[in-house]
Design a protein around this ligand. Structure first.
Ligand code: NAP
Length: 252
């Protein structure tokens, strides 16, 4: 039922984890996928190769850009404009999660998290909204976290960066609606990726105990709801924060 044929989709941070799983799913739905990465060219290429195997005529593009760097994001969008002349869907997925207790957090740690998770998202939306406005249509999904729902001790800067995405999502859902651009967010709980691997190894059973569905999500569990939000099935969903956590915030 979800057909994204001819749709151009940019997924930031798509070399690994949730972004990579989303890239594959969007490709299966027929989209022309743009894989953004920051440091892992090899992994980005591996995702692209997997996409090329889905269908012979699958169109996939790999672009390096540090989302926290405005100039780097501008260059990425210049390439998108040159190649496609449009962008239908933007998934702001790139993010970092690094522990930093408030009593010792450095300016660098604080800035890195806010600049990647929040400003990086703004950098991409600013460019995307202009392109989408020209084409009279667009969908944006911001990847947040349960940390924005209930806070996260020792990750206050991360939690704040994701809570900022909720304010951004709701504001832009109204601001960009006149241009037929929908803006939503998705708030995953624990997901089995590089980001959370170490924490899951150390306290996996404790984490599972607090998830009513009894397991930690795989990246594909998040990619599906992202695809839904970007599809026509969600054409009247705007300004929503979709919780995808197996019910954990209800009991944690
Ligand atoms: P991951 O496996 O660590 O992958 C992170 C991705 O973000 C990589 O593709 C990385 O690119 C990219 N990235 C990081 N900094 C970037 C930058 N400055 N510019 C461009 N790309 C950048 O993480 P994940 O678990 O899939 O997380 C994806 C999103 O879900 C994040 O926003 C995260 O906060 C959120 N989330 C994750 C969990 C979880 O438990 N894993 C839970 C809730 C929310 P390179 O590989 O090129 O470095």
């Amino acid at each position: 039922m979800i057909d994204l044929k001819e749709k151009v989709v940019l997924i930031t941070g798509a070399s690994r984890g949730i972004g990579a799983a989303s890239a594959l799913l969007f490709a299966e739905a027929g989209a022309k996928v743009i894989i953004n990465y920051n440091t892992n060219l090899q992994k980005a290429r591996t995702v692209a190769k997997r996409i090329e195997k889905i269908q012979d005529n699958c169109e996939v593009t790999v672009i390096k850009a540090d989302v926290s760097d405005k100039a780097s994001v501008s260059k990425m969008f210049a390439k998108i404009r040159d190649k496609f002349g449009r962008l239908d869907i933007l998934v702001n997925n790139a993010g970092i999660w690094q522990m930093a207790p408030i009593i010792s957090i450095t300016d660098e740690e604080l800035r890195a998290t806010i600049e990647t998770n929040f400003i990086g998202t703004v950098n991409c939306i600013r460019e995307a909204a202009n392109l989408m406005r020209e084409n009279g249509t667009g969908v944006i999904v911001n990847v947040s976290s349960t940390a924005a729902r209930r806070g996260e001790a020792f990750y206050s800067h991360y939690s704040s960066s994701k809570a900022a995405l909720h304010g951004l999502t709701k504001s832009l859902a109204v601001e960009l609606a006149p241009y037929n651009i929908r803006v939503n967010a998705i708030a995953p709980g624990w997901v089995n990726t590089d980001m959370s691997k170490k924490a899951i190894q150390e306290k996996g059973s404790k984490i599972r105990e607090k998830i009513p569905l009894g397991r930690i999500a795989e990246p594909e569990d998040i990619a599906g709801p992202i695809l839904f939000l970007c599809s026509d099935l969600a054409r009247f969903v705007n300004g929503a924060i979709l919780d995808v956590n197996g019910g954990s915030v209800l009991v944690d």
